[in-house]
Design a protein around this ligand. Structure first.
Ligand code: UDP
Length: 243
């Protein structure tokens, strides 16, 4: 166990994964501005802890490639549309973060230089060092992947200390807590335990990469105000999946 000095952060550079669904609040589709403003405030508060913050934004509130492909469109095109959805979400969150008082930059894995910067590792690291919240849009830039995989990939290459997976529940449970009242929450798990117990922390490709990169994944509820800052301090209700 690591012993930290008082006030020392548990995580100094983190990758926060915000799903598209988190941005739609109680709406059935799209963007819910009060929710986006609240998440933006949480991200700014997290930045004020002193940690460097990169954010991978999903697109499921607008479009999921697999869903559209099941209607007959080819999967690669459907996934391109999904990746574009993540750019729209990132731009919305970027503006909300700036409005909440922190500089922010969107970098897209799909180059669209008239709208935002193309993603490259060195500029991303420079933005982080200058205190900007860096929004990473476009997932991995490739079809057949998810933004969870994009989150773990970027966390590994940007040498983040942890992936903070913001969800609608406050951690990883033995079963789905919405349908099984006997489900209990784990405080801590290893990657191997999560695999052996078949706990769906992230999709399989994302999880395999996290395990290989030995990246901790911290799962917590985005509905809890201040949850991102708490997770950075190593506090609050969450499940930590770590080697
Ligand atoms: N996507 C993709 N490659 C990636 C990341 C995302 O093709 O590297 C597409 C895919 O179609 C996916 C959509 O973008 O369904 C939205 O991403 P995701 O489903 O991961 O969003 P979330 O569930 O986090 O809102």
């Amino acid at each position: 166990m690591t012993v930290r000095e008082e006030g020392e952060l548990a995580h100094k550079r983190v990758l926060v994964k915000v799903s598209g669904e988190a941005l739609m609040g109680s709406e059935p589709f799209g963007l819910h501005w009060p929710t986006i403003e609240r998440i933006a405030q949480d991200l700014v508060e997290a930045r004020l802890t002193g940690a460097e913050i990169a954010v991978v934004v999903g697109g499921g509130n607008i479009l999921r490639g697999a869903r559209v492909a099941s209607d007959g469109l080819d999967r690669a095109t459907a996934d391109h549309m999904g990746m574009l959805a993540t750019v729209m979400n990132a731009l919305a969150l970027e503006k909300a973060i700036e409005f909440a008082g922190s500089p922010a930059r969107t970098l897209s894995a799909i180059p669209m230089p008239t709208i935002c910067e193309p993603y490259a590792r060195q500029p991303a690291l420079k933005h982080l060092a200058r205190g900007r919240i860096v929004l990473l849009a476009g997932g991995t830039g490739n079809p057949y992947f998810t933004t969870d995989t994009g989150a773990v990939l970027r966390a590994a290459e940007l040498q983040c200390d942890a992936v903070m997976k913001a969800t609608n529940v406050d951690g990883v449970y033995t079963a789905d807590p919405k349908t099984d009242p006997t489900a209990t929450r784990y405080d801590r798990l290893t990657h191997d335990e999560a695999l052996a117990k078949d706990l769906k922390v992230m999709d399989a490709a994302a999880f395999a990469l996290a395990r290989e990169a030995r990246l901790p994944i911290i799962v917590f509820s985005i509905r809890e105000p201040g949850a991102i800052a708490s997770a950075i301090r190593g506090e609050g209700r969450a499940t930590t999946v770590a080697p």
